[in-house]
Ligand binder design. Structure first.
Ligand code: ADP
Length: 628
């Protein structure tokens, strides 16, 4: 028979499989069993609507047969089967398109074992077999077909006889080598252990004829070997088993295989409810954001099951956007198997379940923050920004859910603090929660205003994400304390006496300050401040919009200079020698004072991290000053 050629991509993959030095060859069994289970699912789904499929749920099964003499391992199922065309298309090409890297690097630059985590499907069987024969008959069809391949040089496809429908995969197990004892894959115990390890929650029985030693009838001490068919898997879905009986390895591998993650989740959440809604949920908080998480390609959602049968792969309505990173599934007996997507959206039961899940996720995250701070901080690094967006985008509607899950780095130890921790540690007479925003902690620490605030022992929250300040504005207050930027003009950091002295100084120099304001042009005022320690000047803002917020808004797509502007004030350190200099210049040399005003304003912008519009002019002013 003429051999057909594999597609190029498939051939490459096959070559790699055949010559694989991969140490976990055993995963091939998991792959074949999963395929069989999928084929059973397909037929089962069909039986729900197609009366021609006369099978009851208990008829479906997967069978393993090992023959040590013939060195064959057969994995068969009575599922949907494959037609000649399907055999050709499904097994002649790799289903997964694109080039396949077997080694990938994760965020930390470690090699990630892709074969182990994801599996590579049917072809993985070539790691242990030197010949594979697939015999298949589609349910309800008369003709059966056989596909056979000994590896990369091609495959044959022919008609055959097959008594029952479904698929039979016959593996000719490789001869043992120095490195690998392939015969193990023909061993009853090994096969049983592999099924337990990887495929225990497959919902159909995985049967194998095993030899057991039994007491002979009417004998006290004589035993005989008999063959009996045993079901190797427990079949109970993982989420139906009590949490205390499931090991964390089981949860981890379930998560990784199902949700294609190479890292274990940072928290497993189980929920069982009987009341207004009866459901079981098994949820996972990933330990890192998927590569497409912060793009519009990412789709949130949970798998939805009705009494153990999946009815929807990704039910978005079960998760609020701000918990969109949660993966997992919900199984409820309240939902009908044949419910349509449209109906589901309006389903009252589903809404109740979604509410309960939201509450549970919140309380689990709060618990995690409390009892496993290190993990929570890692979680927050990955998904905290999502929580903050959640707070902002719903106009603070969900602040009760979200505010206590937030963390901010603070000036105290540059460690994360929660709002509760911040307010608990506040001195009694501190009226507001202070924050400073900037591109990075380093930039924030350069803010001229910070020095004196810190000197007074006040803790300052460092806001480094674009959304931070907007989110706090949405919150408004926390524990009845207002949020206040240290660069806001009205920051009440001065005591009464100080304030009086300041007011007097401002009044006395009114003319000078107004002259400087006109020289600069783009500020709403120039004023003295007593809120600076060693720095000469700083920028502050009046009103709701801070300089930092203006910067973020102006960077938004479509802003094009139309973004709202912050009302900016140039503040001059009342206690700095520059004050006297300015006063003198006003009397003696107004032109120079004009330049000084411009330089000081540029300085203040630079140190606030917002840059200057005209660096050329600034440099010229400085150079001129030098040669004076
Ligand atoms: P994947 O399972 O990831 O799609 P595989 O290479 O394992 O990739 O399988 C390719 C395709 O072959 C499957 O998608 C399925 O359509 C078909 N297939 C594999 N095994 C069986 C089986 N036992 N019964 C029916 N179809 C199968």
């Amino acid at each position: 028979m003429k051999k057909k050629q594999f597609k190029t991509e498939s051939k490459k993959l096959l070559d790699m499989m055949i010559n694989s030095i991969y140490t976990h060859k055993e995963i091939f069994l998991r792959e074949l069993i999963s395929n069989a289970s999928d084929a059973l699912d397909k037929l089962y789904f069909r039986s729900l609507t197609d009366t021609d499929v006369a099978l009851s749920r208990s008829d479906y099964r997967i069978t393993l047969e090992a023959d040590k003499e013939k060195r064959t391992l057969i994995v068969s199922d009575n599922g949907c089967g494959m037609s000649a065309e399907e055999l050709e298309n499904n097994l002649g090409t790799i289903a997964k398109s694109g080039s396949f890297d077997f080694k990938r690097e994760n965020d930390q630059g470690e090699d990630v074992d892709v074969i182990g985590q994801f599996g590579v499907g049917f072809y993985s069987a070539f790691m242990v077999a030197d010949k594979i024969t697939v015999r298949s008959r589609v349910y309800g069809a008369d003709a059966a077909y056989v596909w056979e391949s000994e590896g990369a040089d091609g495959y044959t496809l022919a008609e055959t006889e097959k008594e029952s429908f479904g698929t039979e995969i016959i593996l000719n197990i490789k001869e043992d080598s120095d490195e690998e004892k392939y015969s193990d894959f023909l061993d009853e115990y090994r096969l049983r252990a592999l099924v337990k390890k990887y495929s225990d929650y497959i919902r159909y029985p995985i049967n194998m004829a095993v030899t057991v030693s039994k007491k002979k009838e009417d004998s006290e001490d004589e035993y005989e070997s008999v063959t009996e068919v045993q079901t190797l898997n427990s079949m109970v879905p993982l989420w139906k088993r009590p949490q205390s009986e499931v090991s964390s390895e089981e949860y981890n591998s379930f998560y990784r295989e199902k949700f294609f993650d190479y890292q274990p989740p940072c928290r497993v959440i189980t929920q069982k409810s009987e009341g207004t809604a009866t459901f079981t949920a098994l949820l996972f908080v990933p330990s890192h954001a998927p590569f497409n998480y912060y793009t519009k390609d990412y789709e949130k959602g949970l798998e939805l099951y009705s009494s153990g049968v999946m009815i929807m792969e990704r039910c978005a309505d079960l998760l609020p956007d701000y918990f969109g990173f949660v993966k997992g599934l919900v199984d409820s007996s309240d939902l009908s198997l044949n419910i349509s997507r449209e109906m589901l959206q309006h389903d009252r039961q589903l809404k109740i379940i979604a509410k309960a899940i939201e509450k549970k996720i919140k309380s689990e995250l709060a618990k995690m923050m409390e009892s496993d701070r290190e993990t929570y901080e890692k979680f927050f690094d990955a998904f905290g920004i999502q929580l903050k967006y959640g707070l902002y985008s719903d106009y603070g509607m969900h602040k009760d859910v979200l505010q206590d899950l937030l963390l901010f780095k603070s000036s105290k130890e540059k460690k994360y603090v929660s709002l509760k921790e911040y307010t608990d540690a506040m001195a009694e007479d501190q009226k507001s929660i202070y924050y400073a925003s900037g591109e990075s902690i380093e930039k924030i620490e350069m803010l001229p205003q910070l020095e004196s605030v810190k000197a007074r022992g006040i803790e300052v929250l460092y806001l480094t994400d674009d959304v931070d300040e907007f989110a706090l504005k949405m919150l408004g207050t926390y524990a009845e304390k207002e949020f206040k930027s240290i660069t806001a003009e009205s920051a009440e950091l001065t005591d009464e006496e100080e304030k009086k002295r300041l007011d007097e100084a401002n009044k006395a120099s009114e003319e000078i300050l107004s002259f400087m304001k006109d020289a600069i042009g783009s500020v709403s005022a120039v004023r003295f401040t007593s809120g600076l320690a060693s720095h000469a000047v700083c920028l502050s803002s009046e009103g709701d919009l801070s300089v930092e917020m203006e910067k973020i808004l102006s960077k938004m797509p479509g802003a094009d200079g139309a973004a709202p502007k912050a009302s900016v004030v140039l503040e001059i350190n009342l206690n700095h020698p520059i004050r006297e200099k300015l006063v003198n210049l006003y009397a003696s040399d107004k032109d120079t004072l004009k330049n000084y005003a411009k330089i000081l304003y540029s300085e203040a912008r630079l140190i606030s991290g917002i840059g200057i519009d005209n660096p050329g002019e600034f440099c010229e002013l400085i150079s001129n000053l030098m040669i004076k």
